[in-house]
Every structure is written in structure tokens, then in C-alpha cells.
Write a new protein. Structure first.
Length: 212
């Protein structure tokens, strides 16, 4: 069973429907008992970083996530805000601390030309850096993005970037893969067949992790 976390800001129903296409049993929840019993955790999200972190803390989810993902190595998939939350902090909505699982910060997208607008919305080609993880069997993909901020990783943690794309003056971190932690800036649940394939790859990697 997969727990899709509900903290009041995620497009949880769309993510649930995408996993259902793969025949996967999922539950939308914020209950600790459900999260503990699940094989993997999916954290989707749209909206403000600061508001999202406020809701996560108010629901007691940060402690549960640290216990299950960091202490117990449970597979995690973050989508959009679910990727940005991995950072130490963000400037969106004022300074706000994130999960701190990666050495990085969330920055506003820098625009270079009039045709580039914020938010970054729509389909964008994505450069695959790591081919054998969640991108296995996927070549030259285009995914659906909707965001105004992006994760900028520092120092050694840049090694965990598995995909990137360019927008304006910013090189966008499209995806992260670090042991049991996977995250994407784009929305696989809105990215048609290539997005479904990526979710399927996550399930395969998640179950490989559980068997270890």
C-alpha cells in the first residue's frame, strides 16, 4: 500500500488516479498509523513553500516523515513542493525552513526573456542525468511543470540530481534520487504516458529498496 499524504495543499486525487492506472493500492491520509503500515510515501504539493511547511508541521507530519524516511529508509516520492521541501530553506513567502534532507535552498526562477514567464507552466524537455533509476526506459522526455521556485543544491549534494531542464536564466533541478528518496519538480500525474512510466519505475525501485 502507498500512502499519499494529505496536508491540504496537494493534488492528491490526481496522483491517486495515476497510481490506480498501475493497479496500485493507495490511500490518501495524514494518519500516522496508515503511514507506518505503508510500503512507500508519496508527498505531492502545489502552492507556497511556507504555507505547505506550516500545514505539514501542524499535522505532525514532519516528525513522521523523519522517522519513516530517514530513520527507517522507507521509499519516498516527492512531487513539485514535495521536492522543494527537501531543501534546508526557502525564500518563498518569507524565509522558511524545510526538511533539511539535502544541502540546498529553494530560489525564485530568474527570467531572461520576455517570452519566459513565471510561473514556469507547461511542457518542458528534461535532460536525463541518471538513466537507470526512475527514468529507466525513458528517452528524451517532456514533462508538465507548474512552479515559480526551484531547488538549488549545493556542494556534494549536487550528485543526487538525476534530471534537469533550462528555463529563463535558471537551470531547474527536475529530479532527485538519493537512496530511498526520489523527488520530481514536474507533475508525472499530468504528464501522460511518460509520467505513468516514471511512477511505475518508482514503484519498482521502492520495492527493490524494501527487499534489501
Amino acid at each position: 500500500m502507498i500512502s499519499i499524504l494529505d496536508y491540504g495543499m496537494g493534488n492528491t486525487r490526481s496522483v491517486l488516479n495515476a497510481f490506480n492506472l498501475l493497479g496500485e493500492k493507495c490511500i490518501i491520509t495524514n494518519k500516522k498509523s496508515d503511514i507506518i503500515k505503508s510500503e512507500a510515501i508519496v508527498l505531492p504539493g502545489v502552492g507556497s513553500f511556507s504555507e505547505g511547511m506550516k500545514n505539514i508541521r501542524q499535522n505532525g507530519l514532519l516528525e513522521i516523515l523523519n522517522e519513516e524516511v530517514i530513520d527507517k529508509d522507507k521509499p519516498y516520492l516527492g512531487i513539485c513542493l514535495g521536492l522543494e521541501f527537501l531543501a534546508k530553506n526557502s525564500s518563498e513567502g518569507g524565509f522558511c525552513e524545510g526538511f533539511g534532507w539535502l544541502d540546498g535552498e529553494v530560489r525564485e526562477i530568474e527570467i531572461s526573456e520576455l517570452e519566459n514567464k513565471v510561473p514556469h507552466m507547461g511542457w518542458n524537455d528534461t535532460n536525463i542525468i541518471l538513466n537507470d533509476g526512475i527514468y529507466s526506459g525513458i528517452k528524451q522526455p517532456s514533462f508538465y511543470y507548474l512552479h515559480s521556485y526551484y531547488l538549488h543544491l549545493k556542494n556534494k549534494d549536487r550528485q543526487y540530481i538525476s534530471g534537469e531542464c533550462n528555463y529563463g536564466n535558471s537551470k531547474i533541478t527536475s529530479s532527485i534520487e538519493k537512496n530511498n528518496i526520489f523527488a520530481v519538480q514536474f507533475h508525472p500525474e499530468k504528464s501522460q504516458s511518460v509520467g505513468i512510466r516514471l511512477l511505475q519505475n518508482f514503484l519498482i525501485r521502492a520495492r527493490e529498496n524494501v527487499k534489501k
